[in-house]
Unconditional design. Structure first.
Length: 269
């Protein structure tokens, strides 16, 4: 029996293993939600998604030899798709006990508080210090479906009198025009998104920021428990941390958010 005949099965197995491993690495692809969402995600001049969350995820996955398949969908649908395993990654999510049932969460990637904004006219009529002050008034509040606005809001939505003051929305960007027209009095929004959207819409002088901050929890990447593993989440966190350490995170954030960024606090200085 020849040397080649003796070792051929081993070589065949080795080659098959190498090809399989290479195919597995090349096949690493994750579906990621994006939508027209201020500085965080939007369609660039080349027609492709870009923005803070898009570029952060794209770079982190690249470092993991993985690619992103961008799925355009509203926030509420993204949560549903994540829960059933049809969506792998939902950027910008805040951690809640309900979401932890179906999602893993990355390290913090952005911090921008959720704040109550009002039209100028409403700002002259109402002087709220908390969301509960709306109960018993004729204030009209826009709320985006599926968004976590904080502990006080979570309690208030159990109160029918508060819910009577709200109007559900699928798109925050279009809601700013409703404030200008007087169809809404206020809107809870991520502060960075509000800055960017109001400026782009020419409404910076028509809408005012109030002192009511509903939450200041950091934004994270939510990953479906049905299509990801703890090991993948840990590897993603390592890639994100490396981006913090080498300055990539700061450079990416400052491309889209008009402030000097602190990588330590993942927020404006």
């Amino acid at each position: 029996m020849s040397y080649w005949t003796t070792w051929r099965p081993a070589w065949v197995l080795l080659i098959c293993w190498a090809l399989h491993s290479g195919a597995m690495a090349a096949a690493c692809s994750k579906s990621v939600r994006w939508y027209d969402d201020g500085a965080y995600s939007f369609r660039g001049a080349d027609g492709q998604p870009t923005g803070l969350y898009v570029e952060l995820v794209r770079e982190a996955l690249r470092r993991m030899d993985c690619s992103a398949q961008w799925q355009e969908m509203p926030w509420a649908r993204g949560l549903v798709e994540l829960e059933v395993g049809k969506l792998d990654i939902l950027p910008g999510a805040r951690k809640t006990p309900e979401r932890e049932k179906f999602a893993y969460f990355s390290r913090p990637v952005n911090r921008s508080p959720n704040v109550l904004f009002m039209s100028k006219a409403a700002g002259q009529r109402f002087a709220f210090t908390r969301l509960a002050d709306m109960v018993g008034t004729d204030f009209k509040l826009g709320i985006q479906l599926g968004v976590a606005y904080g502990a006080e809001y979570d309690e208030l939505i159990k109160n029918p009198e508060f819910m009577a003051r709200t109007q559900p929305l699928t798109s925050r960007r279009s809601a700013w025009g409703l404030l200008q027209m007087g169809r809404l009095d206020g809107l809870i929004s991520d502060e960075v998104s509000a800055w960017v959207e109001l400026q782009s819409l020419g409404l910076s002088n028509a809408v005012v920021r109030t002192r009511v901050v509903t939450s200041d929890d950091p934004g994270l990447l939510a990953l479906s428990r049905l299509s990801n593993t703890p090991d993948f989440v840990a590897a993603l966190d390592r890639a994100l941390q490396a981006m913090m350490n080498d300055g990539s995170y700061k450079r990416i954030r400052e491309r889209f958010v008009p402030c000097v960024t602190s990588a330590e606090t993942v927020s404006c200085r």
